[in-house]
Structures are given as C-alpha cells and as structure tokens.
Design a binder for this molecule. Structure first.
Ligand code: 23J
Ligand code: MN
Length: 258
C-alpha cells in the first residue's frame, strides 16, 4: 500500500494516535512579561465583527489581536539578533514543519526546583538509554509546567527576584545549537529560556544560540506526557506572517501504537 494510504488507515484504526500539543488561545493565555525598559507583548483578544445580527445576519466572525509570541508558538531565527540574517517565520521551509520528536522528562526535577536547568550530561545520559537525538528533529523538554498554563501567575511563577521557570544552561544551549543534530527545541514554559535567563551570560542563551544557528523554538506545549520518549512525529503549523519573527502555532504529534 502507498505510505499515505497506510497512514490514513492507521489513523482510522487509531494505531496512529493524534495528540494535540497546543494550548487554547484565549484572553487568559499566559504571555511573557519582561522588566522595564523592555517592550511587552499584548494578550490575545477577540473583537466581534458580527454574530447573526444587524452587522451580519447569517454569519459570526471576529478580528483577533495577538502578539506573534503568544501561547503555543514558533520562534523563527530572525526573532533574535544572533539570527537577524536568518529565516523569518514565512521563510521556514514547509518540509521542516513535519519532523521526528523525542521527549526528555525532567518534570520531577522541575517540581523539586523551578529553576532547574538542563545540562549536556542530562542529554548524554538520556542518549545512553534511548539512542541519539534525531537528525533534523525536535527535542521536547518535559517539565510538567503545562499543568500551570491556565494561570498566568502560576505559569510565570514570579517572585521579587523575577520569574522562576525551568530552562537550559548556557553550555547546554550552545551544545544544542552547535553540536546536536536537532532542528529545534520545544518547551512547556512561556519561552525556551529559563525564567532567570535574563541574568545569564549571555542573557537568554537558548534564544541566542539556537536561533543564531538557524534552529527553531516551540513554546507552551501541552500533553508531552502522552508522547513516547522516541518515535513521535511533530507537525507544527505557524502562520506564514511575511517578515514575522514567530507565530502562534498549532502543534500536533503522531504517535504509533503497535
Ligand atoms: C523576547 C525577549 C525575551 C524572551 C522572549 C521574547 C521569548 O521567550 C519568546 O517568546 O521568544 S525570553
Ligand atoms: Mn517566542
């Protein structure tokens, strides 16, 4: 059978399951908050145009207002100054939007320490159990943070010292960017960098290194607990915003049950 016919048959039989990794996009969707003097993104909102009324008797529709980096979203290389000559979101080749994904679970570490940082040795340890990271694929970093995503306060977890959410060390960010075969790095938190990464040297090393290397970011993913450590296929659907730095994104995974 042609592979696509096999795929459709497997989807019908649910031997291939479709898992939605996307957070609901609504006014309450958490957004990152940068300290002064930096600019900030606005929350998502709907403005009703008509709803079966005088403004449009048979139709309901809205305008939307959103930042590019709201909710589950895709970071293009041009988002960071290190990637300023790289792809904008519309230039990301469509064949990169379907790629293998592995899941590294550090939810118990992040529960014990919200400032937990992924290190190269954690990845080496994972590889010794599960094999190499996928060439041209995603590393999805599970931290359990998705359960907080219905509350901006719990999700950002800020104190007087700023936000406290798990992330990646400077060295690990550089390794992911330059030594790993990955296409991109996906997280459950509001950004690919740790909450405290504004104080790292360099600041926001995950953004700086990965986007500078032409790699991609995916944020605020949900349901990573439903994916196997290896073998899932991730389909990401950012909008092709001409010149855009990123986009809210539908992220779904295909998982085979044998
Ligand atoms: C701008 C500045 C810092 C950060 C971010 C955006 C993000 O996390 C983002 O959504 O790309 S850390
Ligand atoms: Mn972003």
């Amino acid at each position: 059978m042609p592979i696509l016919d096999e795929l459709i048959a497997a989807l019908r039989l649910a031997t291939i399951e479709v898992v939605d990794l996307t957070a609901p996009l609504q006014a309450e969707t958490p957004v990152i908050q940068l300290p002064p003097p930096f600019g900030n993104t606005i929350p998502f909102s709907l403005q009703e145009i008509s709803r079966y009324d005088d403004r449009g008797p048979a139709w309901y529709w809205n305008n939307i207002t959103t930042g590019e980096h709201t909710g589950t979203h895709f970071d293009a290389p041009v988002h960071w100054v290190t990637g300023r000559d790289g792809e904008d979101i519309a230039q990301v080749p469509v064949d990169r939007l379907i790629a293998p994904a592995v899941v590294l679970d550090f939810s118990s570490e992040a529960a014990a320490d919200p400032d937990f940082l992924l290190e190269v040795e954690h990845i080496r340890q994972w590889e010794s159990e599960h094999g190499s990271l996928p060439d041209g694929g995603w590393l999805l970093y599970r931290t359990g943070w998705d359960v907080r995503s219905d509350s901006q306060q719990a999700f950002l977890n800020a104190s007087e010292t700023g936000p406290h959410t798990p992330g990646v060390s400077v060295e690990c960010a550089r390794w992911l960017a330059t030594q790993s075969p990955l296409l991109g790095f996906g997280v459950e938190t509001v950004g690919t960098d740790a909450g405290t990464a504004h104080s790292f040297d360099p600041p926001f090393p995950c953004h700086a290194a990965l986007l500078g290397a032409g790699k991609y970011g995916l944020t605020q993913l949900q349901n990573l607990a439903r994916l196997p450590a290896t073998g899932a296929v991730l389909i990401a659907g950012p909008l092709p915003i001409t010149g855009g730095s990123g986009s809210p994104c539908r992220a779904i995974a295909l998982v085979e049950h044998t």
